[in-house]
Design a protein around this ligand. Structure first.
Ligand code: ZN
Ligand code: ZN
Length: 326
Protein backbone atom coordinates (compact mmCIF):
# COMPACT_ATOMS: atom_id res chain seq x y z
CA UNK A 1 0.00 0.00 0.00
CA UNK A 2 1.76 3.19 -1.16
CA UNK A 3 1.46 6.58 0.50
CA UNK A 4 -0.75 8.16 -2.21
CA UNK A 5 -3.23 5.27 -1.79
CA UNK A 6 -3.26 5.80 2.00
CA UNK A 7 -3.86 9.55 1.55
CA UNK A 8 -6.66 8.80 -0.94
CA UNK A 9 -8.33 6.36 1.49
CA UNK A 10 -7.98 8.76 4.42
CA UNK A 11 -9.56 11.58 2.39
CA UNK A 12 -12.44 9.30 1.38
CA UNK A 13 -12.87 8.33 5.02
CA UNK A 14 -13.12 11.98 6.03
CA UNK A 15 -15.68 12.79 3.31
CA UNK A 16 -17.87 9.66 3.76
CA UNK A 17 -19.73 10.76 6.95
CA UNK A 18 -21.13 13.79 5.07
CA UNK A 19 -22.93 11.30 2.81
CA UNK A 20 -24.42 9.16 5.61
CA UNK A 21 -27.70 11.18 5.75
CA UNK A 22 -28.26 10.34 2.07
CA UNK A 23 -27.54 6.62 2.45
CA UNK A 24 -30.57 4.44 3.42
CA UNK A 25 -28.21 1.70 4.65
CA UNK A 26 -27.07 4.08 7.43
CA UNK A 27 -29.03 4.62 10.62
CA UNK A 28 -28.63 8.40 10.37
CA UNK A 29 -30.28 8.45 6.91
CA UNK A 30 -32.43 11.58 6.79
CA UNK A 31 -35.66 9.53 6.34
CA UNK A 32 -34.97 7.54 9.53
CA UNK A 33 -34.13 10.74 11.41
CA UNK A 34 -37.47 12.24 10.36
CA UNK A 35 -39.37 9.15 11.62
CA UNK A 36 -37.45 9.42 14.91
CA UNK A 37 -38.54 13.07 15.15
CA UNK A 38 -42.17 12.05 14.61
CA UNK A 39 -41.89 9.48 17.39
CA UNK A 40 -40.26 12.10 19.63
CA UNK A 41 -43.19 14.42 18.83
CA UNK A 42 -45.52 11.72 20.14
CA UNK A 43 -43.57 11.62 23.44
CA UNK A 44 -43.60 15.44 23.62
CA UNK A 45 -47.37 15.63 23.06
CA UNK A 46 -48.01 12.88 25.63
CA UNK A 47 -45.91 14.60 28.31
CA UNK A 48 -47.07 18.19 27.82
CA UNK A 49 -50.47 19.76 28.17
CA UNK A 50 -49.62 22.75 26.00
CA UNK A 51 -47.87 21.87 22.76
CA UNK A 52 -46.28 24.06 20.12
CA UNK A 53 -44.00 23.32 17.20
CA UNK A 54 -41.29 25.65 18.46
CA UNK A 55 -41.62 24.03 21.90
CA UNK A 56 -41.08 20.64 20.29
CA UNK A 57 -38.01 21.83 18.36
CA UNK A 58 -36.54 23.13 21.64
CA UNK A 59 -37.33 19.76 23.24
CA UNK A 60 -35.78 17.69 20.43
CA UNK A 61 -32.76 19.91 19.71
CA UNK A 62 -32.11 20.61 23.38
CA UNK A 63 -29.14 23.00 23.54
CA UNK A 64 -27.64 21.31 26.61
CA UNK A 65 -27.52 18.07 24.61
CA UNK A 66 -26.55 19.00 21.05
CA UNK A 67 -23.99 21.66 22.03
CA UNK A 68 -22.50 19.64 24.91
CA UNK A 69 -18.76 18.89 24.76
CA UNK A 70 -19.70 15.21 24.73
CA UNK A 71 -21.78 15.63 21.52
CA UNK A 72 -19.01 17.57 19.83
CA UNK A 73 -16.66 14.69 20.62
CA UNK A 74 -19.17 12.25 19.02
CA UNK A 75 -18.77 14.14 15.72
CA UNK A 76 -14.98 14.32 16.01
CA UNK A 77 -14.87 10.55 16.59
CA UNK A 78 -17.27 9.94 13.69
CA UNK A 79 -14.95 11.64 11.19
CA UNK A 80 -11.67 10.50 12.71
CA UNK A 81 -12.78 6.85 12.99
CA UNK A 82 -14.15 6.89 9.46
CA UNK A 83 -10.79 8.14 8.15
CA UNK A 84 -8.91 5.56 10.18
CA UNK A 85 -11.07 2.51 9.48
CA UNK A 86 -11.85 3.09 5.77
CA UNK A 87 -8.49 1.56 4.94
CA UNK A 88 -9.61 -1.67 6.62
CA UNK A 89 -13.03 -2.00 4.96
CA UNK A 90 -11.96 -3.31 1.54
CA UNK A 91 -9.87 -6.18 2.99
CA UNK A 92 -12.82 -7.10 5.25
CA UNK A 93 -15.27 -7.35 2.29
CA UNK A 94 -12.78 -9.57 0.48
CA UNK A 95 -12.53 -11.71 3.61
CA UNK A 96 -16.33 -12.10 3.71
CA UNK A 97 -16.36 -13.40 0.13
CA UNK A 98 -13.45 -15.72 0.89
CA UNK A 99 -15.26 -17.10 3.94
CA UNK A 100 -18.46 -17.74 1.91
CA UNK A 101 -16.48 -19.59 -0.77
CA UNK A 102 -14.36 -21.45 1.81
CA UNK A 103 -17.39 -22.64 3.85
CA UNK A 104 -19.58 -23.63 0.87
CA UNK A 105 -16.79 -25.48 -0.93
CA UNK A 106 -15.70 -27.09 2.36
CA UNK A 107 -19.22 -28.49 2.89
CA UNK A 108 -19.33 -29.67 -0.76
CA UNK A 109 -16.03 -31.53 -0.37
CA UNK A 110 -17.10 -33.05 2.94
CA UNK A 111 -20.73 -33.98 2.23
CA UNK A 112 -20.99 -33.87 -1.57
CA UNK A 113 -22.92 -31.47 -3.81
CA UNK A 114 -26.63 -30.86 -3.19
CA UNK A 115 -29.22 -30.31 -5.87
CA UNK A 116 -31.79 -28.71 -3.62
CA UNK A 117 -34.93 -27.48 -5.34
CA UNK A 118 -37.19 -28.05 -2.31
CA UNK A 119 -38.07 -24.43 -1.63
CA UNK A 120 -39.34 -21.76 -4.00
CA UNK A 121 -37.05 -18.78 -4.63
CA UNK A 122 -39.01 -16.34 -2.42
CA UNK A 123 -38.92 -18.79 0.52
CA UNK A 124 -35.13 -19.15 0.26
CA UNK A 125 -34.64 -15.37 0.22
CA UNK A 126 -37.03 -14.97 3.17
CA UNK A 127 -35.33 -17.74 5.16
CA UNK A 128 -31.90 -16.28 4.38
CA UNK A 129 -32.93 -12.72 5.33
CA UNK A 130 -34.50 -13.81 8.64
CA UNK A 131 -31.62 -16.16 9.54
CA UNK A 132 -28.96 -13.52 8.85
CA UNK A 133 -30.84 -10.89 10.88
CA UNK A 134 -31.37 -13.26 13.81
CA UNK A 135 -27.77 -14.52 13.84
CA UNK A 136 -26.41 -10.98 13.41
CA UNK A 137 -28.56 -9.77 16.32
CA UNK A 138 -27.26 -12.53 18.59
CA UNK A 139 -23.70 -11.86 17.45
CA UNK A 140 -24.07 -8.16 18.30
CA UNK A 141 -25.57 -9.01 21.70
CA UNK A 142 -22.82 -11.52 22.52
CA UNK A 143 -19.96 -9.25 21.44
CA UNK A 144 -21.53 -6.37 23.38
CA UNK A 145 -21.72 -8.55 26.49
CA UNK A 146 -18.04 -9.48 26.01
CA UNK A 147 -17.12 -5.77 25.79
CA UNK A 148 -18.64 -5.34 29.25
CA UNK A 149 -17.52 -8.56 30.91
CA UNK A 150 -13.91 -8.82 29.69
CA UNK A 151 -11.86 -6.05 31.40
CA UNK A 152 -9.48 -5.58 28.46
CA UNK A 153 -12.39 -5.07 26.02
CA UNK A 154 -14.30 -2.86 28.46
CA UNK A 155 -11.43 -0.34 28.32
CA UNK A 156 -12.22 0.18 24.61
CA UNK A 157 -16.02 0.05 24.97
CA UNK A 158 -15.83 2.75 27.68
CA UNK A 159 -15.37 5.28 24.88
CA UNK A 160 -19.01 4.68 23.87
CA UNK A 161 -20.23 4.77 27.48
CA UNK A 162 -18.32 7.95 28.31
CA UNK A 163 -21.01 9.96 26.46
CA UNK A 164 -22.71 12.27 28.95
CA UNK A 165 -25.49 13.18 26.54
CA UNK A 166 -26.88 11.06 23.71
CA UNK A 167 -27.72 12.08 20.14
CA UNK A 168 -28.25 9.74 17.15
CA UNK A 169 -24.58 10.38 16.28
CA UNK A 170 -23.42 8.79 19.55
CA UNK A 171 -23.84 5.54 17.59
CA UNK A 172 -20.50 6.39 15.97
CA UNK A 173 -18.75 7.15 19.25
CA UNK A 174 -16.59 4.05 19.50
CA UNK A 175 -12.93 3.21 19.78
CA UNK A 176 -11.38 2.09 16.43
CA UNK A 177 -10.33 -1.19 18.08
CA UNK A 178 -14.00 -1.91 18.93
CA UNK A 179 -15.08 -1.00 15.38
CA UNK A 180 -12.56 -3.40 13.87
CA UNK A 181 -13.39 -6.26 16.29
CA UNK A 182 -17.16 -5.81 15.66
CA UNK A 183 -16.75 -5.77 11.88
CA UNK A 184 -14.49 -8.81 11.92
CA UNK A 185 -16.96 -10.68 14.18
CA UNK A 186 -19.85 -9.82 11.89
CA UNK A 187 -17.95 -10.80 8.73
CA UNK A 188 -16.93 -14.16 10.23
CA UNK A 189 -20.43 -15.09 11.45
CA UNK A 190 -22.38 -13.81 8.46
CA UNK A 191 -19.79 -15.23 6.06
CA UNK A 192 -20.22 -18.63 7.72
CA UNK A 193 -24.05 -18.55 7.66
CA UNK A 194 -24.08 -17.35 4.04
CA UNK A 195 -21.61 -20.09 3.08
CA UNK A 196 -24.02 -22.71 4.47
CA UNK A 197 -26.92 -21.20 2.47
CA UNK A 198 -24.82 -21.14 -0.72
CA UNK A 199 -24.06 -24.83 -0.12
CA UNK A 200 -27.68 -25.80 0.67
CA UNK A 201 -29.24 -23.79 -2.17
CA UNK A 202 -26.59 -23.68 -4.92
CA UNK A 203 -27.08 -20.97 -7.53
CA UNK A 204 -30.33 -19.84 -5.94
CA UNK A 205 -29.16 -16.71 -4.09
CA UNK A 206 -27.96 -13.78 -6.17
CA UNK A 207 -24.86 -11.75 -5.33
CA UNK A 208 -27.20 -8.96 -4.26
CA UNK A 209 -28.86 -11.08 -1.58
CA UNK A 210 -25.55 -12.58 -0.45
CA UNK A 211 -23.82 -9.23 -0.04
CA UNK A 212 -26.66 -7.83 1.91
CA UNK A 213 -30.01 -6.47 1.00
CA UNK A 214 -30.74 -5.95 4.65
CA UNK A 215 -34.53 -5.52 4.64
CA UNK A 216 -35.03 -6.23 8.34
CA UNK A 217 -32.10 -3.98 9.27
CA UNK A 218 -33.78 -1.27 7.20
CA UNK A 219 -37.04 -1.77 9.15
CA UNK A 220 -35.18 -1.72 12.47
CA UNK A 221 -33.57 1.63 11.55
CA UNK A 222 -36.84 2.99 10.18
CA UNK A 223 -38.72 2.24 13.41
CA UNK A 224 -37.01 4.75 15.66
CA UNK A 225 -33.57 3.17 16.25
CA UNK A 226 -32.20 6.73 16.26
CA UNK A 227 -34.01 7.43 19.54
CA UNK A 228 -31.88 4.80 21.29
CA UNK A 229 -29.19 7.46 21.49
CA UNK A 230 -31.25 10.44 22.59
CA UNK A 231 -32.72 12.04 25.72
CA UNK A 232 -36.23 11.03 24.60
CA UNK A 233 -37.52 8.09 26.67
CA UNK A 234 -39.52 6.27 24.00
CA UNK A 235 -40.95 3.06 25.41
CA UNK A 236 -42.40 0.07 23.53
CA UNK A 237 -44.73 -0.75 26.45
CA UNK A 238 -45.50 -4.46 26.67
CA UNK A 239 -43.50 -5.09 23.48
CA UNK A 240 -40.34 -4.49 25.53
CA UNK A 241 -40.61 -8.16 26.55
CA UNK A 242 -39.71 -8.95 22.93
CA UNK A 243 -37.87 -5.93 21.50
CA UNK A 244 -35.27 -3.52 22.88
CA UNK A 245 -36.80 -0.03 22.98
CA UNK A 246 -34.93 3.31 22.96
CA UNK A 247 -35.67 3.62 26.72
CA UNK A 248 -34.04 0.25 27.31
CA UNK A 249 -30.83 1.27 25.53
CA UNK A 250 -30.81 4.53 27.51
CA UNK A 251 -30.85 2.38 30.67
CA UNK A 252 -27.79 0.62 29.24
CA UNK A 253 -26.03 4.03 29.18
CA UNK A 254 -27.01 4.90 32.75
CA UNK A 255 -24.35 5.48 35.37
CA UNK A 256 -26.64 4.18 38.15
CA UNK A 257 -25.40 0.95 39.70
CA UNK A 258 -28.70 -0.93 39.29
CA UNK A 259 -28.54 -0.30 35.52
CA UNK A 260 -24.98 -1.54 34.97
CA UNK A 261 -24.55 -4.42 32.52
CA UNK A 262 -28.24 -4.45 31.53
CA UNK A 263 -29.89 -4.52 28.09
CA UNK A 264 -26.98 -5.46 25.84
CA UNK A 265 -29.33 -6.32 22.99
CA UNK A 266 -29.93 -4.45 19.74
CA UNK A 267 -33.29 -5.65 18.41
CA UNK A 268 -34.58 -8.69 20.33
CA UNK A 269 -34.93 -8.78 24.15
CA UNK A 270 -34.70 -12.57 24.04
CA UNK A 271 -30.90 -12.70 24.41
CA UNK A 272 -30.92 -10.45 27.51
CA UNK A 273 -33.67 -12.60 28.99
CA UNK A 274 -31.63 -15.78 28.37
CA UNK A 275 -28.49 -14.25 29.93
CA UNK A 276 -30.40 -12.59 32.84
CA UNK A 277 -29.49 -9.03 31.85
CA UNK A 278 -32.96 -7.83 30.80
CA UNK A 279 -34.10 -4.62 32.56
CA UNK A 280 -37.53 -3.17 31.83
CA UNK A 281 -37.45 0.50 32.80
CA UNK A 282 -40.06 2.18 34.89
CA UNK A 283 -41.70 5.15 33.18
CA UNK A 284 -40.58 7.56 35.90
CA UNK A 285 -36.98 6.38 36.00
CA UNK A 286 -34.44 9.20 35.73
CA UNK A 287 -31.35 8.24 33.80
CA UNK A 288 -28.00 10.04 34.02
CA UNK A 289 -25.67 8.98 31.24
CA UNK A 290 -21.95 8.33 31.59
CA UNK A 291 -19.19 6.20 33.09
CA UNK A 292 -15.73 6.49 34.64
CA UNK A 293 -13.96 8.38 31.85
CA UNK A 294 -16.83 10.69 30.92
CA UNK A 295 -14.65 13.72 31.65
CA UNK A 296 -12.31 12.94 28.76
CA UNK A 297 -13.44 15.30 26.04
CA UNK A 298 -10.53 15.11 23.64
CA UNK A 299 -10.15 12.76 20.71
CA UNK A 300 -6.59 11.78 21.59
CA UNK A 301 -7.42 10.95 25.22
CA UNK A 302 -10.35 8.76 24.09
CA UNK A 303 -8.17 7.01 21.52
CA UNK A 304 -5.09 6.57 23.71
CA UNK A 305 -6.35 6.12 27.27
CA UNK A 306 -7.62 2.52 26.76
CA UNK A 307 -4.04 1.48 25.86
CA UNK A 308 -2.60 3.44 28.81
CA UNK A 309 -5.07 1.80 31.23
CA UNK A 310 -4.35 -1.66 29.84
CA UNK A 311 -0.57 -1.31 29.99
CA UNK A 312 -0.52 0.65 33.27
CA UNK A 313 -3.20 -1.23 35.26
CA UNK A 314 -2.64 0.97 38.35
CA UNK A 315 -4.39 3.79 36.50
CA UNK A 316 -7.45 1.61 35.82
CA UNK A 317 -10.53 3.14 37.39
CA UNK A 318 -13.31 1.04 38.79
CA UNK A 319 -16.11 0.24 36.36
CA UNK A 320 -18.65 3.05 36.12
CA UNK A 321 -17.07 4.99 38.99
CA UNK A 322 -18.35 8.47 39.81
CA UNK A 323 -18.51 10.69 36.76
CA UNK A 324 -15.66 13.21 36.71
CA UNK A 325 -16.59 16.12 34.50
CA UNK A 326 -14.42 19.03 33.47
ZN1 ZN B 1 -22.34 -1.14 26.28
ZN1 ZN C 1 -25.21 3.04 22.93
Amino acid sequence: MDISHVIHELTNGLINPFLYPLDPSRRVFVGFLLVAMLMAFFVYVTNNNRVSFSGFLKYFFKKDVWLHKSSKLDFKLLFANSALTTTFIVPIIVTKLSIIVWVSSGFRTEFGAIDNQLLPYWAIVLLFTITVFFVEDFNRFFLHRCYHKIPFLWEFHKVHHSAEVLTPFTLYRSHPVEIIISRMGSVLIIGFVTGIFVYLFPGQLSALEILGVDLLGFLFNALGANLRHSHIPFSFGRLEHYFISPSMHQIHHSELKQHHDKNFGSCFSLWDRLFSSLYLPDKKEVVVFGCANSGEHTLTSQWLSPFIRIFRPTSTQSKHSTVVTE
